[in-house]
Design a protein around this ligand. Structure first.
Ligand code: NAP
Length: 248
């Protein structure tokens, strides 16, 4: 059995292909797998992956290690979001503890553009906002970092946020993908003058970057947290190939 740590579009893609079995370039066949996808349970009606699904935390490194043993897991693919830092570190430590092969699937970051300001954390972004009307797309879990800021915020997220929140805020509940036209319209209608984003990468959320560029709006980009020293691939194709060679 392969455990896919999910919560992303890539993780759903991967689960679908592993469950179906895949024919690789050159004709070699990656056989069908028993796949269990794991979701954190943050979103109330998540898009469910193919195969079996479990929802909720494991209880830290030890809980995950125990789960790997109890379920005779042969390989783990961490396909979580680039900013889901804790689960990635936990997976690395638990897999080492139990001796299970681990692969990290991480999509490439955004192609850097001239004039972007790069910061190491959301907190640093909050301290260095080059504008007064901020389009915030970092997600609900990071909103508290902006609570003390005097600026006005348009904050877009999937689920409603919990306090503390900035005093001056409009919350927009929406799930991507978004279009450049839609983002232009949104930013113009709210007179946004700065965009804050994480370096999530991927096409689902890149339209806002084009829109900001067209409008000449400064962009603050939060760098990704560092990865543990695990094997990393950037595409679902490579993860499928790895599963065929991991001796699963
Ligand atoms: P996190 O800080 O790395 O994880 C916090 C805790 O949530 C982990 O210690 C773990 O609990 C549990 N958890 C996280 N991912 C899990 C998974 N796939 N299956 C089971 N338990 C999981 O992660 P996060 O930033 O809260 O993100 C949670 C999930 O949302 C991730 O699966 C991620 O792929 C997805 N997501 C995150 C973002 C983002 O910007 N952070 C954006 C889009 C999607 P235990 O220690 O109890 O095991």
């Amino acid at each position: 059995m392969i455990l896919v740590l999910g919560g992303t579009g890539e993780a759903r893609d991967l689960a679908r292909r592993l469950v179906a079995g895949a024919v690789e370039e050159g004709g070699s066949v990656v056989p069908r797998r028993r796949v269990v996808s794991s979701l954190a349970g943050r979103v109330s009606s998540p898009a469910l992956p193919a195969g079996e699904v479990r929802i909720g935390g494991f209880g830290g490194v030890d809980g995950l290690a125990q789960w790997l043993r109890d379920n005779d897991v042969r390989a783990v693919i961490d396909a979580t979001h680039p900013f889901a830092r804790r689960i990635t570190q936990n997976a690395f430590e638990a897999c080492q503890q139990v001796g299970v092969p681990l692969l990290v699937l991480r999509r490439p970051g955004f192609e850097p553009r001239p004039g972007w300001t790069w910061v190491d954390s959301v907190a640093e972004a909050a301290r260095s906002l080059p504008g007064e009307r901020v389009f915030l797309t970092t997600g609900r879990q990071d909103l508290a970092e902006f609570a003390g800021c005097p600026q006005w915020f348009l904050a877009r997220m999937v689920e409603p946020p919990e306090p503390p929140l900035p005093h001056r805020i409009e919350v927009l509940l929406a799930r991507g993908p978004f279009t450049v036209d839609g983002e232009l319209e949104l930013m113009r209608s709210r007179a946004v003058d700065v965009l804050v984003t994480k370096d999530s990468g991927g096409p689902m959320t890149s339209a806002k970057l084009d829109a900001a560029e067209q409008l000449g709006i400064p962009v603050v980009v939060v760098r990704r947290p560092p990865l543990p020293p695990a094997e990393v691939v950037a595409s679902v194709d490579d993860a499928v190939s790895w599963s065929g060679t991991a001796g699963v």
